[in-house]
Design a protein around this ligand. Structure first.
Ligand code: 5GP
Ligand code: ZN
Length: 114
């Protein structure tokens, strides 16, 4: 855990979140400022800064395989969007790696924008 990391504090229960799923590897909670009717953040329990730093293959696969299951649980049967922002120029503002899962509206044609 990184003591000055927002997501580490959420995972530790020191800050509130609307959690929808958790297991031994990840916690999933609702984004505080949703960009779609459903906007979840898939966050590993371990503090990894970004995609540039991740080297855990099992964790990577776990998160990827979890995405369609979460989408199905959320009723996103017609599709969903995943985003990983990496580094300041990539739009990352919380430096604890996370995958955005968005859906619930029609995101087709909205390009790269969140
Ligand atoms: P990034 O730009 O780093 O990929 O995305 C960070 C995301 O975290 C943003 O979508 C932002 O709305 C969300 N966020 C920031 N602070 C909080 C918070 O305290 N709680 C929750 N649930 N989400 C947050
Ligand atoms: Zn962290």
């Amino acid at each position: 855990m990184s003591t000055d990391c927002l997501f580490c504090k959420i995972i530790a229960g020191e800050l509130p979140s609307e959690q929808v799923y958790s297991d031994d590897k990840v916690v999933v909670f609702k984004d505080i400022d949703p960009k779609a009717p459903i906007h979840l953040l898939i966050v590993p329990r371990v503090h990894i800064i970004s995609l540039n730093e991740i080297d855990d293959d099992a964790l990577t696969i776990h998160m990827m395989r979890l995405l369609p299951k979460l989408a199905k649980d959320q009723g996103l049967n017609n599709g969903f969007r995943t985003i990983i922002n990496t580094g300041p120029a990539g739009g990352q503002i919380v430096f604890h790696i996370h995958i955005h899962l968005l859906g619930g509206g029609n995101l087709s044609g909205t390009g790269f924008a969140m």
